[in-house]
Ligand binder design. Structure first.
Ligand code: 13P
Length: 258
């Protein structure tokens, strides 16, 4: 397994934060800080739907790519409040977060709908960032691997090797999200390696080696270097720390340094 086969990806997940003027100001602060990461790592800002057009305009010509935080699985139709992959692509989004634990927890997202949304994203030309992760009770019951294996198999069901290489998998232990409790670098490595081994079984070694696997959950300026130094941790999906330009940049620079 060779980390050099993959580009590191640092993605901010802004969640339900920032109005358009605030989004513009944050991105304008981040752009010059991370300019040196061009060609070395991928930097993404996943922003609320209402900020997408602003984010695409502000980041034009920079090395920051823009993503959305969710996508509906149908192409169009009577789905009040939902947004399709075509709508996201048209506005200039290149990535989309799918199956975040907050969506699973608060909005009834299931592995079945995560699978449908992942397929819709790929069909619409978007690169999905597919989130998986165990609850605290599941870790304490020693069933982390069972939970992750089940999520990976169901979330990626009927997705080809060619398509899965366009996806990013984010390992986000639910107990570490927004809690200030980070998985240790060894815990993150262990599960990211397990995800890669699961991909190797479902597809093949070359495919597993090509897929970027991120860690997410209270990653910050202090703990990022150790997490990102691990062989199967190819990047980070950052919540709180992505809302502060300096902190986000520290994480980007840690990924540049490997
Ligand atoms: P925090 O970095 O705020 O813990 O959030 C992580 C996350 O959920 C990213 O998707």
């Amino acid at each position: 397994m060779n980390k050099n086969l993959r580009k590191a990806v640092i993605a901010g997940n802004w969640k339900m934060n920032k109005t358009r003027p605030e989004a513009k100001a944050l991105l304008e602060a981040i752009i010059p800080l991370v300019a040196n990461a061009k060609d070395k790592i991928e930097v993404i800002a996943c922003v609320p739907f209402t900020n997408l057009e602003t984010a695409v305009a502000v980041t034009a010509g920079s090395n920051i790519k823009v993503g959305a935080e969710n996508v509906h699985f149908e192409k169009s139709g009577a789905y009040t409040g939902e947004i399709s992959a075509d709508m996201l692509s048209e506005v200039g989004a290149e990535y989309v977060v799918v199956g975040h634990s907050e969506r699973r927890q608060y909005f009834g997202e299931t592995d079945e709908t995560v699978n449908k949304r992942t397929k819709a994203a790929l069909a619409g030309g978007l690169k999905p960032i597919v989130c998986v992760g165990e609850l605290l009770a599941e870790r304490e019951a020693n069933i982390t691997e069972e939970v992750i294996s089940r999520q990976i198999k169901l979330d990626l069901a009927d997705i080809s090797a060619e398509d899965v290489k366009k996806a990013i998998i984010a390992y986000e232990p639910v107990w570490a999200i927004g809690t200030g409790k980070t998985a240790t670098a060894d815990q993150a490595q262990e599960v990211c390696a397990f995800i890669r081994a699961t991909l190797a079984k479902l597809y093949d070694n070359a495919t597993a080696d090509a897929v970027t696997i991120q860690y997410g959950g209270s990653m910050n300026a202090k703990n990022c270097a150790e997490l990102l130094s691990k062989p199967d941790v190819d990047g980070g999906l950052i919540g709180g720390a992505s809302l502060k330009a300096e902190d986000f940049n520290v994480i980007v620079q840690a990924a540049v340094e490997g």
